[in-house]
Design a protein around this ligand. Structure first.
Ligand code: UD1
Length: 366
């Protein structure tokens, strides 16, 4: 029986842990999974509603860290997590993604000699100014089992000198959650509640510090988005960081003069209801690039790089950067096209990644 601590901290972690926890509970003769929530995200909208929507059990440990600078947040997670590991003596600690909770918990385990499994290993944007890129590189360098979503990730890891026997291509566990919840999400009245009809709307998310912390960049993005909203309304669930900056930079008026509709962050199922029906998605999120690829929805990524190149090679994603003219032109391209675009689902994005993750853990424990 393998005792596993499954770590969650921030919003993009919840939909990755949910299928893994469920599969481990199903295989109860092989696994004893416990959930540790660091509390990096803590709001009802950023955390609690995801536990409910995804059916994740109450955390066994809640570290209640909250927001702080990167150093303080990472240090507080480490200090609070170490006694949990010492008390539980797990066989594995499983971390997902690239947030501060991921590296903080992995680092604690590496010092205590506890084995680390990293889900979504090997993704690289090659942009070291992104905090997530540092988290990815460091977490991978100290993990014992590196579970990847795409073949390019395997190549990245091998190029960094990680032995092939530590790497397993298991597919995309986020797509497990998407496929598991899609029918249920489609049945919700979210779109009607927001007053959007058919597919004639776009969905926007923006929260990367590089996009929303610089007034020039953020202002340029809003100018382009405001023009695009003249062609179709843009529904914009606003991340707390972004909301604060709209106020700080005095951008509320710019938004008010457009058809960009600001709403509070949505829960997992409501957000799926919304984006799954959209004609176009504009985003700087990592996960949404993958979700739109899985559903064949055109996606414009408002960044200069992506750690998920497979969504461009096979899927519906296009990198458009932050230049307003390029963004306007790309959106017009999509909106002038026929609605159907040719897309291929990347290999092993089939809803069964959690099974393969569990198999890999069993095999790596022999
Ligand atoms: C974090 C992750 C990022 C991920 C994002 C998803 C890191 C380095 N970054 O960034 O990779 O894409 O989560 O959301 O781990 N806040 C609230 N309520 C909350 C959480 C945050 O109001 O529940 C506010 C706080 O003012 C906080 C700010 O949002 O200072 C930013 O939160 P933080 O966790 O520092 O980073 P994110 O930008 O959310």
């Amino acid at each position: 029986m393998l005792k596993i601590l499954n770590i969650v901290g921030a919003r993009p972690n919840f939909m990755k842990i949910a299928p893994i926890q469920r599969e481990m509970q199903r295989r109860s003769s092989e696994f004893r999974p416990l959930i540790v929530h660091t509390g990096q995200h803590y709001d009802e909208a950023m955390s609690d509603s995801f536990f409910r929507d995804l059916g994740i059990p109450e955390p066994d440990y809640h570290l209640e860290i909250g927001s702080a600078s990167h150093a303080v947040q990472t240090a507080k997670i480490m200090t609070a997590f170490e006694p949990v590991v010492l008390a539980q003596k797990p066989d594995w600690v499983l971390v997902v993604g690239d947030v501060n909770s991921t590296i903080a918990c992995a680092l604690v385990c590496s010092k205590l000699g506890v084995k680390i499994a990293h889900v979504e290993a090997g993704l690289r944007s090659r942009d070291r100014s992104m905090p997530e890129e540092i988290n990815r590189i460091l977490t991978d360098s100290i993990s014992d089992l590196l579970l990847t979503t795409s073949p390019d990730a395997d190549e990245n890891l091998k190029a960094e000198g990680i032995p092939a026997q530590k790497i397993r291509f298991v597919g995309n566990v986020m797509i497990d959650s998407l496929l598991y919840n899609l029918e249920n999400a489609k049945g919700l009245p979210t779109r009607e509640g927001l007053g959007v009809n058919g597919t004639d709307y776009a969905v926007l998310t923006l929260h990367r510090p590089s996009n929303v912390d610089e007034p020039d960049v953020f202002g340029g993005l809003l100018a382009a988005l405001s023009d695009i909203s003249k062609r179709l309304p843009i529904i914009f669930p606003v991340h707390p960081r972004t909301r604060a900056n709209i106020e700080r930079f005095g951008f509320a008026d710019r938004v008010a003069g457009s058809d960009i509709r600001l709403i509070d962050p949505l829960g997992y199922l409501d957000f799926m209801n919304l984006y799954s029906g959209a004609r176009l998605v504009l985003t700087d999120s990592g996960g949404l690039q993958e979700e739109t690829t899985a559903l064949g929805i055109p996606c414009l990524t408002l960044r200069e790089n992506t750690e998920r190149p497979i969504t461009i090679e096979l899927g519906t994603n296009r990198l458009v950067g932050t230049d307003p003219d390029t963004i306007r032109a790309a959106a017009n391209d999509v909106l002038d096209q026929d609605l159907t675009i040719e897309t291929r689902i990347p290999p092993l994005w089939d809803g069964r990644a959690a099974e393969r993750i569990c198999d890999a853990l069993v095999e790596a424990s022999r």
